[in-house]
Write a protein that binds this ligand. Structure first.
Ligand SMILES: NC(=O)c1ccc[n+]([C@@H]2O[C@H](COP(=O)([O-])OP(=O)(O)OC[C@H]3O[C@@H](n4cnc5c(N)ncnc54)[C@H](OP(=O)(O)O)[C@@H]3O)[C@@H](O)[C@H]2O)c1
Length: 319
């Protein structure tokens, strides 16, 4: 496993991060916990030392499962734990909240569920238009001073939003969506992070599985993917073709398509790590080799062009 320094922090993290969103039954159905726990253990065996979760994943469920397992096995200190706050889920109406008192309470709740006394990376899940950045900074500053969090990061923000936060606090990392299919952050956010030494944790690097090439025509999805145009009808078939076109490139490097997709994101110089969504040990075991190296430049561009052609055509078909 290769490791990287997370931005300007003292955290040294594996280039593959273990993603816990899969423990959100609303989005992913019921994921059996036995194989999931084994996956956490196997991740460690392969050198993965970075885990990403959020309080909102399963309304506390993902954090509780992680905290219980790490505590029962005495593994807390083996991992850098990143979690997030933003969504209140205590009332029937979910809504964002990043006010001072709310953040303090959300952090206490996450610490209790994670069975730890410190969160390594505490991320603002998304932009909250109703709360001033200096109010958020005051709460995070207090948590840092009290030793309840080590570093603060952000997710899903653009350059302007990051700049507003950076005016009042340090930002250790950005967690954006990024894959061969979703490349919006290449234009501005990734260069900004590189320039300002902000670590980058790419989420959905496999486009929720599509880039692994494991789905066949006729596959149907009952989870969060059912709402995605690229997972339906002719658009889905066109994307499967595009992914298959990558096969000779991946084969030439001795990689599976999933490994190729992860190595593709890790090739970007702004990237600290790719967060892979894991349900079972095979998800993590089969992907770790992706972090060994980066792709040759010509292959990076060639594969990006193949997927872009497929995506542009798929979007026309899907609309
Ligand atoms: N900050 C945010 O707003 C945000 C949003 C989304 C995700 N995230 C984070 O990023 C993580 C990853 O994102 P993601 O779950 O959307 O996307 P992903 O990693 O692109 O896709 C995960 C899915 O890909 C398949 N998969 C994973 N590893 C595989 C492997 N080695 N071989 C074959 N298939 C594999 C599985 O599909 P099957 O279920 O079909 O087996 C899995 O459910 C999440 O767990 C979460 O921690 C953050």
């Amino acid at each position: 496993m290769n490791y990287a320094q997370l931005g300007a922090t003292d955290l040294r993290v594996s280039r593959i991060c273990f993603g816990c969103w899969q423990l959100s039954p609303r989005f992913w159905g019921d994921v059996p916990l036995g194989p999931w726990r084994t996956a956490v253990r196997r991740a460690l065996d392969f050198g993965v030392n970075f885990i990403d979760t959020a309080d909102a994943y399963g309304d506390g469920y993902a954090e509780s499962c992680l905290g219980d397992y790490l505590a029962s096995e005495g593994l807390r200190d083996k991992f850098v734990i990143a979690t997030k706050f933003y969504w209140t889920f205590h009332s029937a109406e979910r809504h964002p909240d990043t006010r001072y008192e709310y953040i303090l309470r959300a952090c206490e709740d996450s610490l209790r569920r994670l069975k730890t006394d410190q969160i390594d990376l505490y991320q603002i899940h998304n932009w909250d238009p109703l709360t001033r950045p200096d109010e958020v900074a005051a709460a995070l500053g207090r948590l840092k001073k009290e030793g309840k969090i080590r570093w603060a990061g952000v997710s899903n923000l653009n350059v302007e939003q990051m700049s507003l936060y950076r005016g009042v606090m340090d930002i250790a990392s950005l967690q954006p969506v990024y894959s061969m299919i979703k490349r919006d952050v290449e234009a501005r956010e990734l260069p900004y992070c590189l320039q300002h030494r902000i670590g980058v944790l790419a989420y959905s690097p496999l486009y929720r599985g599509l880039l692994t090439g494991k789905y066949a025509p006729g596959a149907s999805f009952t989870d969060s993917r059912a709402d995605d145009l690229l997972y339906r009808g002719r658009a889905f078939l066109r994307m499967l073709d595009a992914v298959n076109e990558l096969k000779p490139l991946a084969d030439g490097l001795g990689l599976t398509l999933g490994q190729f997709a992860i190595r593709w994101v890790l090739t970007h110089p702004a990237l600290t790590c790719a967060i892979v969504g894991v349900k079972a040990p095979e998800h993590i075991e089969s992907i770790v080799a992706a972090a060994d190296e980066v792709l040759p430049v010509e292959i990076w561009y060639k594969s990006a062009a193949i997927i872009k052609r497929g995506y542009d055509e798929a979007m026309k078909m899907g609309l």
